[in-house]
Design a protein around this ligand. Sequence first.
Ligand code: PEP
Ligand code: MG
Length: 552
Amino acid sequence: MITFHGRGISKGIVWGPVFFVRHNQAEASQPQGDFNAYQEVERYRRAREQVYEELEQVFQMAYVRFGKEQADIFRVHQAMLEDQEFINCAEGCIVNERMYASQGVATACKVFENIFAQLPNEYLRERSGDLREVTGKVLQALSGIRSSSIALPEYPVIVAAKDLLAADVVTMDPKRILGFFTKHGGATSHLAILARTMSVPFVSGIGEDLGRMPQDIQALVDGSQGTVILAPSQLTIREYSQKKQQLLQKQQRLEQLRRKPCVTKDGTPIHLYADISRPEEMERVLLDGAEGIGIFRSEFFFMNYSYYPDEETQFRFYRRLVQGMHGRRVVVRTLDAGADKPLSYLPLGEQPNPALGMRAVRLSLRDPQPFVQQLRALLRAGAYGNLSAMVPMVISVGEMKQVRGLWERAKRELEQEGQLYEEQMELGVMIETPAAAMTADLLAPYADFFSIGMNDLTQYTLAVDRTNPELAQAYQPSHPAVLRLIESCVEQARRANIPVQVCGTLSQKVLVEKLARLKVDAITAPPGELLERKALIRSLDLSEPGFAKAQP
Ligand code: PEP
Ligand code: MG
């Protein structure tokens, strides 16, 4: 029995025989004869075309097996394949450095991987996994290998691999997959998304290449703890089957709360909204009875493009969000690019201190044209449901005056063009800086609601970098300084008669209780935590002094 610890990506416990996926390694075979840059560029172009077509087939298969939301992953891969900056880099290596096509592509991949690896934002960092996936396919095509589907055994197995690609999984029969574990991979990879959609356990990053293990060896995967046990003993299986039973019972108890109101024991209602980063999460959010989406970070949509998506593309996307939520509230945050979320097509220049630099609303106001485009798209989508917008990283009334000016300009333009749009759409202000919290009374006239961003408000109040693991202890969202700012902000909001919601990481139970006592109107939670958050709120009794014991 050997135990490996990795990262629990998709919850659940499962045991059974393992099927190790052993990929064909693309041999970097070079053409015979003298080096010819023109020919190499041509080979690269043909390989790209082949991969584009293969991805089209994978898209179709994913569409049938998992639905459009999941299939769209492969549209993103196609866009990466076509990314002009990447192509320029690879072709530049071929032409200027006289590299063979495969070397040029591999070099460009390393260049871009290094750029991704330095980003502090996990979602962005993990896009390098997608890049590796797409590049790997191009290298295979250059070596004359065509992608083929992975044939699983006739019986259900735990699929294990060094690196498993989302495209590989799409070609497998889902009925034969019990779970996954991999040597590499992270929480926001597309495989992770697929595993969660399939509701099978997945542990990534176990750090060991188990490729030499015999096929069919038994394993146990605990996706909640991030544990993989090879050749588990009967005793271990018994222990885990009890644990599985307990988890199941807890889940069933939580599921009974789906249609119950989110209200404390003493009758104080607190709205519970979801915090999502992909539209495919809406299904789960609706199932778990969330009242809507409290924050959709629009940069996650922008990151799927290598150019600024035009108004029409944005409009269709936002409309899909509102229509998908069937009349429930949806709050889209305007572009919060910069700092830990750079966009290749929004050049920022050298930023000596990115977290305090050109980012979020500052960037939107620096380039009003694309910002107005986003506002127009939002206003148009607002006509199809209950949509609101909110502005990140505000520090002054001056900024909000400008934002409101552009908001009105967008409306005027749409009016003149005879376009359908929501004239009464709400525009909120995010309270993410001490400056905004302390001037909440001055900002209130420009805000239809406040949305406190706990992550940034904590970072900027305590001067503690939210992305620095060494400072994890010092990063305290329930620090009295942060809570005092929230308290004063809620008070000002009450005076101005506008609601306050709280977004960001609220995983500390005690923090949720403190926020409830500070009388915030709404909080958000990621899709997988909605029911636990509701259970916690329902266990609070705010009429009692001090802090009530929170039940899980
Ligand atoms: C926050 O700062 O709390 C927030 C909700 O925004 P983000 O995490 O995207 O910065
Ligand atoms: Mg923020």
